[in-house]
Design a protein. Structure first.
Length: 107
């Protein structure tokens, strides 16, 4: 009888020891699956948007013109492209009194 109780207790201890590890492993795997499912949904949405853009580029000349103008800087014949220099615009905002005048002598 004592041997039987001892054997059952040992089995319960072994199950307790390894059962907890299996639980945490299962929890980790469920969390990982959830994360991967979210990534899959994000990629599906991104693929849908890209496929829409591809369809638009294949069927809509205005979509191609927009990319040509905005990303490549192209213009139609006879058009003049006007750009501004943001660095020059920020330089003009400097206080003129902080600049040395031309009448001052520099060593």
């Amino acid at each position: 009888m004592f041997l039987m109780v001892s054997l059952v207790l040992q089995l319960l201890l072994i199950h307790d020891q390894y059962g907890k590890q299996d639980y945490f492993e299962l929890k980790r795997m469920k969390d990982q699956k959830e994360n991967l499912d979210q990534q899959i949904e994000h990629l599906k949405l991104e693929n849908k948007q890209i496929l829409g853009e591809i369809k638009s580029l294949k069927t809509d000349p205005k979509a191609i013109e927009k990319i040509a103008r905005e990303e490549l800087g192209l213009v139609k014949p006879g058009e003049i492209k006007i750009t501004t220099n943001k660095a020059a615009a920020s330089d003009s905002s400097v206080d003129p009194s902080s600049k040395p005048s031309s009448s001052e002598k520099h060593p």
